[in-house]
Design a protein around this ligand. Structure first.
Ligand code: TRP
Ligand code: SF4
Length: 400
């Protein structure tokens, strides 16, 4: 199996909060030690919904990169860049748009869902309809094999796979591929050539995986074949050609357990977040004013943690001993809610402290942050240019 390349993006539309940290960033930070990783600021995607408030995007881009770095995304282990600084994404988006049926875009569930959810905005735009295709270009241009995303994004990755398949079907073969593959078969010698043909038929006509495997092994072992011929024979076996765009897999990130201050999922649109830059007093105040089980009107009224959003934070932040203390104390009315909230306040502050210290260092040194991103953009562009060369070639756009 080839090495994995991980790619993911985030839209710069405001401050990052504990939900992002626990849901996405911790995951990225782990992945950067396991695979080659590219993480980027999807500023064009943000414009699809925030075209009338570009100042929000402008403010958020650098702040978001600082939050990533402060959380522990490490430029030595991951390439950090900004989408709009790699204009090749736009070029691939345009070229892919030529082969994208409108109906495929219209049936992506986020299209109608988001239009309904953000009804106050006019999202009947060309850019918004094309959102998933721009995302496909982001992914395919790097030949990413793994895309860590939340559940809502799965249809976009599936869409990307369909686009890659369609592209490869239309353009995936080099010129004269069949003839070159047939010539390579002859080079196997008559005996092995016959075996190859037989196994190719067995696989293509009846899906015989074993035949596929042994034909592959035979090709790998053939001493007299060039690398190019080996690739051709491997591609020809499965009925394809030389693969140009790689179909990515999605990597479902475990849904964040992070609850907001009101018991709903933590999200900016619910106004129930604790941001990564929140100061100590605000964190304490926000948690102290959180609603609790309404049955606990007086200190002596017993409650039920299952009906209390504070308990959900204990589930993320507290050890078993503290959790037992909450369960017993709440049900038996032996602790008060203010008391119960203190370990959560302490744990959140403990988590935020090193992040905020690092954020302050980066915020003080904008040149450092800009250099990190400039270097990331340069690396990303190099990869993107290579893919675009192949894409232009097969789409007949190399006029010398
Ligand atoms: N649509 C993604 C989101 O809203 C952001 C995104 C844009 C993305 N391009 C991407 C994610 C490419 C993964 C890969 O979360
Ligand atoms: Fe919630 Fe804790 Fe109060 Fe029980 S004691 S209602 S769990 S804050």
């Amino acid at each position: 199996m080839a090495v994995e390349r991980v790619l993911s993006g985030m839209r710069p539309t405001g401050n990052l909060h504990l939900g992002h940290y626990n849901g996405v960033l911790k995951n990225w930070i782990k992945l950067q030690h396991e695979h080659e990783c590219l993480f980027f600021v999807a500023d064009w995607h943000a414009l699809t919904t925030h075209y009338d408030t570009p100042e929000i995007i402008e403010e958020s881009v650098w702040e978001m990169v600082i939050d990533w770095l402060a959380a522990g995304v490490d430029p030595a282990n991951a390439t950090i860049f900004i989408q709009s600084k790699v204009p090749e994404h736009a070029e691939l988006h345009t070229l892919l748009s030529m082969i994208t049926p409108l109906s495929w875009l219209e049936r992506v569930p986020t299209y109608k869902d988001q239009q309904e959810k953000l009804a106050s905005k006019d999202l009947s735009t060309y850019g918004f309809l094309g959102y998933p295709l721009l995302q496909s270009a982001d992914i395919l241009i790097y030949k990413a094999t793994q895309v860590p995303v939340g559940e809502d994004q799965i249809p976009h990755i599936e869409f990307t796979r369909e686009i890659a398949r369609r592209f490869n079907h239309l353009y995936g073969k080099e010129l004269g591929f069949e003839e070159k593959a047939e010539a390579a078969i002859k080079k196997l010698g008559s005996k092995r050539a016959a075996v190859y043909e037989e196994m190719r038929n067995a696989y293509q006509q009846s899906g015989d995986e074993e035949a596929l495997e042994s034909a592959r092994a035979m090709i790998e072992e053939a001493q007299n074949l060039s690398l190019g011929d080996k690739e051709r024979l491997l591609g020809y076996l499965e009925g394809g050609g030389k693969i140009i765009l790689v179909e990515p897999e999605y990597k479902l990130m475990p849904a964040s357990k992070m609850t907001g201050l009101d018991g709903q999922k933590m999200s900016k649109s619910y106004n129930n977040t604790i941001s990564l830059r929140e100061d100590v007093d605000t964190v304490a105040k926000k948690i102290k004013t959180m609603p609790t089980d309404p049955a606990r009107i007086r200190r002596t009224d017993p409650g039920d943690p299952a009906k209390c959003p504070v308990w959900q934070l204990h589930e993320v932040y507290s050890d078993q001993k503290t959790q037992d203390w909450v369960q017993v104390g709440c049900k038996g009315a032996s602790i008060g809610c203010i008391e119960c909230k203190q370990p959560v306040i302490d744990a959140v502050l403990k988590e935020l402290k090193p992040i905020q210290e690092r954020a302050a260092q980066y915020a003080e040194d904008p040149t450092l942050v800009k250099n990190i991103v400039a270097e990331g953009c340069e690396k990303a562009r190099k990869l993107a240019r290579e893919t675009m060369r192949d894409v232009r070639d097969v789409m007949g756009l190399n006029y010398g």
